[in-house]
Design a protein around this ligand. Structure first.
Ligand code: AMP
Length: 447
């Protein structure tokens, strides 16, 4: 199938051509026609499948078509929010905004992205200037709505992206509040990594007769990702990682650790070995995170060490290597982590360094993905059988749902612990330092 056969208009096709995409990904081929028909769509698609374009392209087309009708009838209408894209995290919001800007390059729409932790006045100014497409996290959006600074009463299309994450992060009430502010006769697109019971229940409250779209089997990892486990003793992991990177001549490696402290320590070690590295996690300012990511994308940094939440929504084209320096304690996070590589059908490699303490985690992951991951012992890094498994330190806070180290006891970091203000209308991005916030799980909000 070609993009030209999907029914998208020329300005959108021109923008797609400029991205270099040659054909739609499976989620795009399936979702775009349904959205163009005006249907509510419930889609199970993981990050890396091209889902952002899967909802953004037809959303833009729907706006073009609807506008043609109004313009003919009533002349040029005043700018108002016509599409709302709700996301769990700031990083994802900013990334979607970049995509929207890219795909809407030849359309007259203004988009803006809003999320919490930064001066609200700037966002109010942007909103007052008029916005057609708003990308937002729920908390700040509700703050703005309660101040009557954002009007959602004319939204035609609502997208709930990574709805499973929003549920997971305790945003259910915020989502419901946002949806109440939007007209009932809207089109609602709901994207989630999986069709869980909870997601189906959510969809039935928000959608009318949704068409189901599924591209990868539930919790299956993308075929294009080669997965490998290197069993290794905990105290040898650093050296093994260094060996893999240096001898393998890996030039762009995303490494996951469970804790912020672990990320910092590993980063320091790699730097000492002469490997350019940076760490991103909840204690880093948004400015530092953005800079690290930009440098990583530009190949100025060879290794980016990240915790799960910090890495949410990171989109790097053709990321060749993902390393689980430590396995996540939640099996689903493994799928999310390795989804960073092999994106949109490209080849990628995901390597996990697994010590004896993590064998239970590994079994949980293998159960989830219904697949045994190949194990290869690296010469010189054989496991010492006399070392017994020990309980794993989660880096503060117990039983964290999405990788350790970012939750204080009894509370949950909402993934937006650092602050960022990005105004996609002007392309201007303001960064400010942040303090890390933990909020009660039930009250967790996206601002
Ligand atoms: P997403 O799942 O939306 O995070 O997209 C994953 C990656 O796939 C991004 O880097 C997109 O730029 C890229 N992508 C989206 N659609 C296509 C396509 N049709 N062909 C090639 N790459 C694509």
């Amino acid at each position: 199938m070609l993009f030209t056969s999907l029914g998208l208009s020329d300005p959108i096709l021109k923008a797609i051509t400029e991205t270099g995409y040659t054909k739609p990904t499976p989620i795009q081929s399936k979702a775009i026609p349904l959205v163009l028909e005006g249907k509510d769509v419930l889609a199970a698609a993981q990050t890396g499948t091209g889902k952002t374009a899967g909802f953004t392209l037809p959303l833009l087309e729907r706006m073009v078509q609807a506008q043609k009708a109004t313009t003919v009838n009533k002349g040029q209408p005043k700018r108002h929010i016509r599409a709302l894209i709700l996301t769990p995290t700031r990083e994802l919001a900013a990334q979607i905004a970049e995509n929207v800007d890219m795909y809407a390059k030849y359309l007259p729409y203004k988009s803006a992205v809003i999320f919490g932790g930064v001066n609200i006045n700037r966002q109010i100014t942007t909103l007052k200037q008029g916005v057609d497409i708003l990308i937002a996290t729920a908390g700040r959006l509700l703050d703005l709505a309660s101040q009557k600074m954002v009007d959602l009463s004319k939204v035609e299309i609502l997208v709930l992206d990574e709805a499973d994450r929003m549920l997971d992060m305790g945003f259910i009430h915020d989502m419901k509040k946002v949806v109440k502010l939007i007209p009932k006769n809207r089109q609602t697109l709901l994207f989630s990594a999986t069709f869980s019971k909870e997601i189906k229940a959510l969809a039935s409250g928000f959608q009318t007769n949704p068409s189901l779209v599924e591209v990868a089997a539930q919790n299956k990892t993308a075929d294009s990702i080669a997965q490998l486990v290197h069993p290794v003793d905990k105290n040898k992991k650093k050296e093994l990682l260094y060996k893999l990177i240096s001898e393998g001549e890996w030039h762009q490696v995303l490494v996951f650790t469970r804790t912020k402290h672990g990320a910092n320590k590993l980063c320091e070690y790699l730097e000492q070995q002469g490997i350019n590295s940076a760490a991103i996690h909840g204690n880093k300012s948004q400015g530092a995170r953005t800079k690290a990511l930009a440098n990583f994308k530009a190949n100025e940094i060879r290794v980016l060490v990240a915790t799960d939440i910090a890495a949410r929504g990171i989109d790097i084209d053709m990321l060749p290597h993902v390393v689980n320096f430590e396995l996540p304690n939640v099996p689903e996070d493994y799928v999310h982590r390795i989804g960073r590589t092999g994106r949109a059908g490209r080849e990628g490699e995901a390597v996990s360094l697994v010590c004896v303490d993590e064998n239970d985690y590994l079994r949980g992951i293998e159960r989830l993905i219904s697949q045994k991951i190949k194990k290869v012992v690296v010469k010189g890094f054989e496991v010492d059988p006399s070392i017994k498994a020990e309980p794993i330190n989660q880096g503060g806070g117990r039983g964290r749902r999405s990788g350790g180290g970012q939750k204080s006891s009894g509370n949950r970091n909402n993934g937006n612990g650092t602050k960022k203000n990005s105004d996609a209308t002007t392309g201007e991005k303001k960064r400010s330092n942040s303090r890390n916030r933990s909020r009660s799980r039930n009250k967790a909000r996206s601002s």
